[in-house]
Write a protein that binds this ligand. Structure first.
Ligand code: DC
Length: 233
């Protein structure tokens, strides 16, 4: 990308399985930006909390654990590598067990506070594509481009089902029900719920390819960055 063009932050929010992480990674690659998968951060905390035998309701204990974790996100060959205290946990955070517990951990106030602070620091220098549930509304309310990406629950379940590989350990219908339940927990929680920011642009990815969606966001991003560059001159 032209060095003279301003760098912006791009927030991509939406429910599970809408394609956020794949799209966000492609947009970051095309713009030469850094991709931050905030769901992976909540998953990493969940993994460590479960390993430590903590209750997913224990705000103080899980918050303390979250503060002491060193979470690093590195660009990997097949997506983002998640390193916690020096160990690669990228695979371990994608299991059904983590899927089932992460929404409870993500409800905890001290965990959200800690993660949001970390995420804001990552975005300070601009040039970040961050995906999650509360990025446009809460973490980066000043992001120059906000996108709310969604798809029907069935389509999202099919995508997650494929991710689980040859032995999914769950039926598609069950997975659709679990996704709907996770949506409900994410939307109804008190702190920073899953919500479309009023100034976010809505994309329904049902029946659209990931490439089409990513290209649309890149074009919006470039247009905004060019406008800012022109205004700054
Ligand atoms: O995007 P994902 O499925 O990896 O997210 C895992 C969970 O973390 C999901 O249940 C919602 C939660 N989450 C959140 O509450 N806030 C974020 N910014 C990102 C994820």
């Amino acid at each position: 990308m032209n060095q003279m063009t301003a760098r912006i932050n791009i927030a991509i929010d939406g429910p599970a399985g809408a394609g956020k992480s794949t799209v966000a990674r492609m947009v970051a690659r095309d713009l030469g930006y850094i991709y931050v998968d905030t769901g992976a951060m909540y998953r990493a905390v969940t993994l460590k909390a479960l390993e430590a035998g903590l209750s997913t309701e224990d705000d103080a204990a899980v918050g303390k654990l979250a503060r002491e974790l060193d979470i690093a996100l590195l660009p990997g060959k097949d997506g983002q590598q998640v390193i916690v205290n020096g160990t690669d946990v990228s695979q371990q955070i994608r299991t059904l067990d983590i899927n089932r517990n992460v929404s409870y951990i993500a409800r905890l106030e001290s965990v959200r506070k800690q993660m949001a602070e970390l995420q804001r620091r990552m975005a300070l220098a601009k040039g970040v594509v961050m995906d999650g549930r509360d990025i446009g509304t809460h973490v980066l309310p000043d992001a120059e481009l906000k996108v709310f990406l969604t798809a029907t629950p069935r389509e999202r379940a099919i995508r997650r089902f494929k991710e689980l590989g040859d032995e999914p350990g769950i039926t598609l219908d069950q997975l659709e029900r679990e996704i709907a339940e996770r949506d409900r927990l994410d939307q109804e929680r008190e702190i920073a719920p899953l919500l479309q920011a009023p100034d976010a642009r809505l994309i329904d990815s049902t029946g659209r390819t990931i490439d089409e969606v990513a290209e649309q966001i890149v074009q919006w991003g470039l247009a905004i960055a060019r406008t800012i560059s022109t205004e700054e001159k």
